[in-house]
Design a protein around this ligand. Structure first.
Ligand SMILES: Nc1ncnc2c1ncn2[C@@H]1O[C@H](COP(=O)(O)OP(=O)(O)OP(=O)(O)O)[C@@H](O)[C@H]1O
Length: 310
């Protein structure tokens, strides 16, 4: 298997006068969870539809699992699972019968179908509830079943369009944990769209940020955080008077300092060490109880990227 699952080259899609996806050039390595992150209407769903060959690009091209999305969409769809806007479940059928149905659609032999259904439902903690009608289930349970449905035929690529949208935080976190374990145990590549930054940080090895159809950043969540937003230090203590404050401000590694309740919040220039700062505070008469080093959250980075684009 190639080590690149998805490759797009200046992929563009217009809807009349709206450019939903704008010259996106992207590589997604195999075997990772790739997060496609963007605000509402930024082009995430359109991108999935282009990659599955459900929409034709206006210009540019894409290869998915080595197949051209324009000419070999059937090959791509045979090897991919997808959970898009609708979960594709039959509410009047039981969980097991839902998966049975899809197993037959995929022409899986009876024994293989049986084993795979048991494996997935057990993994999702739904095996004991397999005989219940899905219509009575919670959204979180349905979403877990829908992921199982998408993974049934052991696809090498899984598309998930905002899989935790509309779930409460506990259900969302449960689904993320299950997804994480499933993806690791099956080695599948996942293309996941989300506007949930916690989700991106929790699950994704690589993230692409899209805004108004344009890919504006790609990298590991840590890299994106480091790229925007300066490192911060919070210092808890006493005696932070004018002398201490001016000694902090005069240090070259300090970008800004603010007093927040009993804490000093110091923004540092990139790659700055904190040891000099700590000794300067002590020499100026400040008493330090605790020093906490933090980085900007992915949310800070994301918002900063959106602002630059405005
Ligand atoms: N079939 C269509 N016809 C016309 N415009 C469309 C169509 N599909 C998408 N668009 C437009 O393309 C842009 C991108 O939409 P898309 O659904 O890809 O965004 P998204 O990032 O998935 O949004 P959300 O997070 O809200 O689901 C939007 O302006 C949308 O209105």
């Amino acid at each position: 298997m190639s080590n690149i699952a998805i490759h797009t080259d200046a992929l563009t899609r217009d809807f009349k006068n709206i450019r939903a996806v704008n010259e996106v050039t992207l590589e997604v390595p195999s075997g990772i969870v790739f997060g496609f992150l963007g605000p509402n209407g930024s082009g995430k769903t359109t991108m999935i539809r282009l990659l599955l060959g459900l929409l034709e690009p206006s210009t540019g091209s894409a290869k998915v699992l080595g197949f051209d999305t324009m000419k070999q969409a059937d090959e791509i769809r045979a090897r991919s699972g997808a959970l898009l806007e609708f979960n594709g479940l039959y509410e009047r059928l039981s969980a097991e019968d839902n998966l049975e149905f899809y197993g037959k659609v995929w022409k899986m032999p009876a024994q293989e179908r049986k084993e795979r259904i048991k494996e997935l439902l057990t993994h999702m903690n739904l095996w004991d509830r397999r005989g219940e009608k899905v219509g009575n289930w919670s959204r979180g349970m349905k979403q877990k079943l829908a992921v199982s449905r998408a993974m049934l035929h052991r696809p090498s690529l899984l598309f998930l369009d905002e899989p935790t949208a509309g779930l409460d935080p506990i259900a969302a976190s449960g689904l993320r944990d299950d997804l994480d374990r499933l993806v690791k145990s099956e080695g599948v590549t996942v293309f996941l769209t989300t506007h949930n930054l916690v989700e991106a940080e929790r699950l994704c090895k690589k993230v692409g940020v899209i805004n108004k159809g344009k890919l504006i950043a790609v990298g590991h969540p840590d890299e994106l955080r480091a790229r925007t937003g300066s490192p911060q230090v919070e210092i808890v203590g006493r005696g932070f008077n004018d002398i201490v404050m001016s000694s902090i401000r005069s240090r070259p590694e300090v970008a800004s300092v603010e007093m927040m309740n009993d804490r000093l919040v110091v923004s540092l220039n990139k790659d700055a060490a904190t040891s000099g700062l700590v000794s300067a505070i002590v020499s100026a008469g400040g008493e330090i109880e605790e020093v906490r080093k933090g980085t900007a959250s992915l949310e800070d980075a994301f918002l900063a990227m959106m602002e630059v684009e405005e």
